[in-house]
Design a protein around this ligand. Structure first.
Ligand SMILES: [Zn+2]
Length: 233
């Protein structure tokens, strides 16, 4: 490395130190995004080892998913809440992709009867994506694809309308709100795929359900889902 380069990098570290995204402690050379202590504390659900886990149970009687899982528990004041806040408002695309890689590694242990051959993110409205700079589900897919080598595509589902904040709505209101938001991009001709639908947080499951219903128009389709986190309801 040229001296000027190393000087520049040294200055960069001084002004923009690499810190843990959770506890803000400086990271050592071998650490990425998380310090070792926070990495160990990540609240994994271990759902991928259970066929009838709480995430898939939440969708029972609503859509015939082949399999479903959520990788982390989401609870108030937790590492994952902090993380999701950063993902939504912090503009840290590398961190989102890193979390996608964590998801991908967990998916290797799932009891899929057939393994997915296409990964599809839940789309966000283009205006939201423009504001945030990315769709977090796209980046999760990118991370999953990196470790699993399964193709992902972001153009299969289209989000039609910008919904109001859904946090204060009850289950049936939320369902009415999202049920008609997603549309299959009919320009894309595919069939006989096992699609893994990917989203950041699962709450009622209304979004996952609405996306699956839109994807169901594809001939010979099988659908599974994976979310980064699952919230208690
Ligand atoms: Zn930390």
């Amino acid at each position: 490395m040229k001296p000027i380069q190393s000087l520049f990098q040294g200055m960069q570290y001084l002004f923009f130190p690499r810190i843990c995204c959770t506890c803000a402690e400086p990271l050592s050379k071998n650490e990425t995004h998380f310090c070792l202590n926070c990495l160990i504390d990540l609240p994994y659900t271990h759902f991928e080892k259970q066929e009838n886990n709480p995430a898939i149970q939440r969708m029972w009687g609503r859509f015939p998913f082949q399999y479903g899982t959520s990788v982390f528990h989401f609870s108030k004041q937790s590492i994952i809440q902090n993380l999701l806040h950063q993902i939504k408002y912090g503009g840290n695309p590398d961190l989102v992709e890193f979390m996608g890689e964590k998801m991908g590694l967990r998916l290797e242990n799932t009891p899929f009867t057939t393994f997915p051959d296409l990964i599809v993110p839940v789309p966000i409205h283009p205006l939201k994506e423009q504001k945030r700079g990315y769709n977090q589900s796209d980046l999760l897919c990118k991370g999953i694809s990196k470790v699993s080598h399964i193709e992902y595509r972001t153009d299969l589902l289209v989000r039609k309308s910008l919904s109001e904040s859904q946090t204060k709505k009850n289950r049936s209101d939320r369902w009415e709100n999202v049920a008609t938001e997603f549309e299959l991009n009919k320009k894309i001709k595919i069939s006989n795929k096992h699609i893994l639908l990917v989203d950041d947080v699962m709450t009622t499951g209304a979004t996952i359900e609405a996306c699956a219903i839109a994807l169901q128009q594809i001939p010979g389709i099988t659908i599974s889902f994976a979310t980064l986190a699952i919230a208690e309801i």
